[in-house]
Design a protein around this ligand. Structure first.
Ligand SMILES: [Zn+2]
Length: 161
């Protein structure tokens, strides 16, 4: 049951003169809400204001009811970078899939160090599996896209065995 307030009664309120919470005497009420109060410390008359403690409690309640527990969010920059890396990896997977899908077994040249590859050529690597040559870096190096990602492989090496 709510406390019934009445003029002349005492109430805790924020005093605008003392700038702190003080006991006040109620001068005027509207319904059960104090409108005008007299500070028992400074004898000043002013409009009723909730105590700082009440305001803090109300603010805390507002935060809690919004469910805002302020979790640590990654910065926008980190999120964008992560998305870019993910997008790039997905692009590569799609590119690999397109290059490999439906190609007959015999189109994949078994990879060997002493072989020379050209851009767009399909190869089969003992460890990485099927791949497609995407870039010829130089006479002895090429970049090959495998299912697990881009690899730099040696090519056209003179084997002495
Ligand atoms: Zn006061």
């Amino acid at each position: 049951m709510a406390l019934q307030l009445k003029p002349g009664g005492e109430i805790d309120a924020y005093c605008t003169s003392c700038r702190t919470d003080k006991v006040h005497r109620i001068i005027a009420l509207v319904g059960n809400t104090p409108k005008k109060v007299e500070c028992l410390s400074c004898k000043g008359h002013h409009l009723y204001r909730a105590t700082q403690a009440q305001k803090d409690a109300a603010a805390a309640h507002k935060r809690a009811s919004k469910g805002d527990t302020s979790p640590a969010k990654p910065t926008a920059r980190a999120t964008r970078a992560g998305a870019l890396i993910r997008a790039k990896a997905e692009d590569l997977a799609v590119t690999w899939e397109k290059a490999i899908t439906g190609k007959p077994f015999e189109q994949f040249k078994p990879y060997r160090l002493d072989r020379t590859f050209s851009k767009g050529e399909l190869l089969r690597h003992a460890k990485f599996g099927e791949g497609v040559v995407t870039t010829i870096l130089d006479a002895h190096k090429c970049e090959v896209l495998f299912k697990e990602g881009m690899k730099t492989l040696a090519q056209a090496l003179q084997l002495t065995s």
